[in-house]
Design a protein. Structure first.
Length: 457
């Protein structure tokens, strides 16, 4: 028999196709699925109810979905704070090239903890730095995600264009073309789960046009499609990237991606700040997704992505924290607000995004770009029970009448409870399955060890 959790007396934003909302309603979770939801209280005669939650003063939403991150950067926060992207990469690659398995595990723990305590139920990590002899970095990241309890996509990255080839990473921090492809395929074979309720999935993710060869892009796309997994990379992040692509390939980034097989409904790109009308049309035509990272784009002075135009054209768009060396807070729920505010500085001004569009970016939009919109991203019967209870009955929010406006426009709302597949992973802003204080000490220790290794080198 199914074990049921009943959540009631709460406002609900389902983020379904009709943006259905309930001012006071209920959600019934049966095992790992949403069984039912609606206005008013749940039926009193429900059987096998193991828990009833009085969620008065709360808003229930789908769990947040993070679509772009670099967990290892948790150990290099607060460095190169006044640099643009290329100068920032030049400053930090020599440090990143020294990471090992123990550091990567600690950094993943820190990154995941910040995400999960702030309402993220599905995380992803684009990890592309694999120094020679550094250990099982992919396994360490996946282990950390499993311990935290979040649903997870590892975008197994790669680089094969080092300093000797005109790239930015040190020579010992990149892989060969053959080595990268073989290691990526092995990661897919070992860790990817394509089932409906999968906790771990893997994507093929060469780092960026300026750090990988054209052959790695092409063969990476072929590998992903042969294995039936998604593709991820950085795209059109800066003006300098566009100039680089034109000088090296004779094409702008979007045309280059299309020439290498990197547009399609199984692809999502990070950033996409500098997109022309024709670029947006190509993404819309092919249903290529975008991970919008407003705080990182601002931190690195990359520019304002044309999110309203992308949405109007039908491009799938989700939100991303990006690596914590370019977004030190590491929290996705603050990106709801930042996405809305930063986009209002663009051409569309106050009409750029509203609160509900911002919430959709962080939930259903993220599920779309990760290829999981059938399973997560909205609160609907039959979907996985990934949901968050936001406490809006606080000093910071209580005088804002509309709960979605309170969540998006207001201060970061406290998370009273967060569930992944019906299993609670956070309560009253604290994680239930890992110890945050232990993680804090570990990340501080590993950050210092990394800094010492770099200084001695």
């Amino acid at each position: 028999m199914a074990q049921r959790i009943v959540i009631e007396n709460c406002a609900i934003a389902t983020v379904d196709a009709d943006d259905t909302e309930y001012a006071s309603g209920h959600v019934v979770v049966a095992d790992n699925r949403i069984e039912s939801l609606g206005a008013g209280k749940a039926r009193e005669d429900l059987r096998d109810v193991v828990r009833r939650i009085d969620a008065s003063g709360h808003l229930v939403t789908p769990g947040l979905v993070n679509t772009h991150h670099h967990f290892y950067q948790w150990l290099t926060r607060g460095l190169a704070t006044d640099h643009n992207l290329f100068n920032w990469l030049v400053a930090l690659y020599p440090t990143w090239a020294r990471i090992d398995e123990q550091m990567t595990y600690a950094a993943a723990q820190g990154s995941l903890a910040m995400l999960a305590r702030g309402g993220v139920t599905t995380a992803m990590d684009h990890h592309y730095v694999f120094p020679k002899g550094s250990g099982d970095l992919s396994g360490a990241i996946i282990r950390a995600a499993g311990e935290t309890g979040v649903r997870f996509t590892l975008a197994r990255g790669s680089m094969d264009r080092s300093e000797k080839d005109g790239g930015l990473p040190p020579d010992f921090a990149v892989e060969t073309l053959e080595g990268a492809l073989a290691a990526t395929e092995a990661t897919v074979d070992e860790h990817h789960d394509n089932s409906f309720d999968a906790m771990t999935q893997v994507a093929v993710a060469p780092c960026s046009p300026f750090s990988v060869s054209t052959e790695l892009m092409k063969q990476g796309a072929e590998l992903a499609r042969r294995k039936g997994v998604r593709l991820h990379t950085h795209g059109s992040e800066t003006v300098e990237e566009e100039q680089f692509c034109k000088e090296l390939f004779g094409l702008g980034p979007t045309d280059y991606f299309e020439s290498t097989g990197w547009l399609g409904e199984d692809v999502w790109m990070a950033h996409c700040v500098h997109m022309s009308d024709s670029d947006i049309a190509a993404f819309a035509r092919t249903k290529t997704g975008v991970a919008h990272c407003p705080s990182s784009n601002a931190r690195l002075a990359a520019g304002i992505a044309r999110v309203p135009d992308m949405l109007a054209a039908g491009v799938p768009v989700g939100l991303g924290v990006d690596g914590t060396a370019s977004n030190e807070s590491g929290e996705l729920h603050t990106e709801l607000r930042n996405a809305l505010l930063i986009n209002r500085l663009g051409a569309h001004r106050e009409a750029a995004l509203n609160a509900r569009q911002a919430l959709r970016l962080g939930t259903y939009g993220g599920a779309q770009v990760l290829g999981r919109a059938r399973e997560i991203g909205s609160l609907e019967p039959g979907k996985l029970a990934d949901l968050v209870l936001w406490n809006l009955d606080t000093l910071a929010h209580a005088s804002i009448a509309d709960p979605v406006t309170a969540l998006v426009f207001g201060a970061a709302a406290p998370v009273t409870a967060s569930f992944v597949g019906g299993r609670q992973i956070a309560e009253n802003g604290r994680l239930l399955h890992v110890d945050e204080d232990t993680i804090a000490r570990s990340t501080r220790s590993e950050a210092r060890r990394l800094a010492q290794i770099v200084a001695q080198a």
